[in-house]
Design a protein around this ligand. Structure first.
Ligand code: SAM
Length: 341
């Protein structure tokens, strides 16, 4: 288990039999008149130990997570997440949750990159440059700007989207909110964006290989932190014609082939970033019930050289599956430098 979950139950809702079959070896149930310890032996027998005592009910775990954004913040109204009374619209709850979860990841990632010296401490003269690639309606762009400002960061945020109407709409909102001096929108293709400086690049659900364009653009322009949540993938799915056996079992059904290609694409993206000097991890950024596209690649430039085994496993993966992901072509020379230096 990677996560600890603590919950309070009223006695009638505690399903002891599914708890016993949950795979845990030790279970502790506490109640106001004592506790019950259950140890599941290797023979699958439950050894139960009861203890009487007087315990106080602790309801702390039931408290809702503190919100990072005030639902009545004018920007949430302008982007259409809150209504005119400042309440989150029922139809936008998932978006709001996604935005909050994103900020919960972004802020500590930036703080630790600054503390570790990977990003220079932002100042009024040299604010933290954040670029949102494929920003669409800019929910995350505005949220990032508003939240980081509220946390005392000096920031300059730029949203890039190929669609001119996105730029017009988002720029009008920025003007209405009076924040145009620190947030800007551009109608550009990610790969040819002319932004000249970036500390943090974010790209959430940029379509298909636009995610690769975003990663490549960020790496080639010196981004120190990348937070990328990929969207649909078609590149490798169409390249996988014949699977190395016995993996054909996983690719003979379209649905599973699609999922496998998604995993392979993101695993290779993460590995490429590692090879070119980013410390990389892949995490879930919002519960799967809110969006199926909930994988996030988080990368921080440390400049650490890859181990030979990192490069070897990357090359073997390409050879075994007979694929060449778009990102490996976009970053061919950067990967080459790492391979040969
Ligand atoms: C699914 S939306 C995601 C929007 C936003 N990032 C979010 O998470 O709410 C993807 C956006 O990426 C933009 N986009 C796709 N390919 C692009 C490219 N090559 N260059 C710039 N923008 C692109 C689309 O116009 C669209 O607005």
């Amino acid at each position: 288990m990677r996560q600890t979950t603590t919950k309070n139950y009223v006695p009638k809702d505690l399903d002891v039999s599914s708890l016993l079959q949950s795979g845990f070896a030790n279970i502790l149930v506490e109640h106001t008149q004592g506790s019950m310890t259950i140890r599941i032996t290797k023979k699958q027998e439950a050894l139960v130990h009861l203890e009487k005592s007087v315990l106080q009910q602790n309801l702390e775990h039931d408290r809702a997570k503190a919100r990072l954004l005030d639902p009545s913040d004018p920007f949430l109204r302008s982007v259409g997440i809150s209504d005119s009374a400042g309440n989150i619209k029922p139809s936008r709850q998932d978006k709001y949750k996604q935005v909050e979860e994103f900020l919960r990841l972004l802020a500590p990632t930036i703080t630790s990159a600054i503390e570790a010296g990977h990003i220079k401490t932002p100042t009024k003269e040299k604010p933290l440059s954040i670029v949102d690639l494929g920003c669409g309606h800019a929910y995350l762009t505005f949220a990032t700007h508003q939240y980081l400002l509220s946390q005392g960061f000096f920031v300059k945020v730029v949203g890039v989207d190929v669609r001119q109407e996105s730029r017009n709409r988002n720029s009008a909102i920025a003007k209405e909110l009076g924040i145009s001096s620190t947030i800007e929108f551009r109608a550009e293709e990610i790969k040819s964006s002319a932004i000249d400086y970036v500390d943090v690049a974010i790209a959430l659900h940029a379509c298909d290989t636009a995610t690769d364009d975003a990663i490549a653009w960020a790496a080639q322009n010196g981004a120190k932190v990348l937070l990328v949540a990929p969207c649909c993938h078609h590149d490798l799915q169409s390249q996988i014609k014949q699977s190395p056996e016995p993996w054909g079992l996983l690719t003979k059904h379209g649905l599973m082939k699609e999922r496998l290609a998604d995993l392979l694409t993101d695993a290779l993206r993460a590995q490429i970033l590692k090879i070119i000097g980013y410390r990389t991890d892949v995490i879930e950024f919002v519960g799967g019930e809110h969006t199926p596209r909930n994988t996030m690649i988080r990368a921080v430039k440390t400049g650490v050289k890859p181990e030979p085994s990192d490069v070897q496993s990357y090359q073997e993966m390409l050879a075994v599956w007979n694929v060449k992901p778009v990102l490996s072509e976009l970053l061919e020379s950067e990967i080459g430098v790492s391979l040969h230096s």
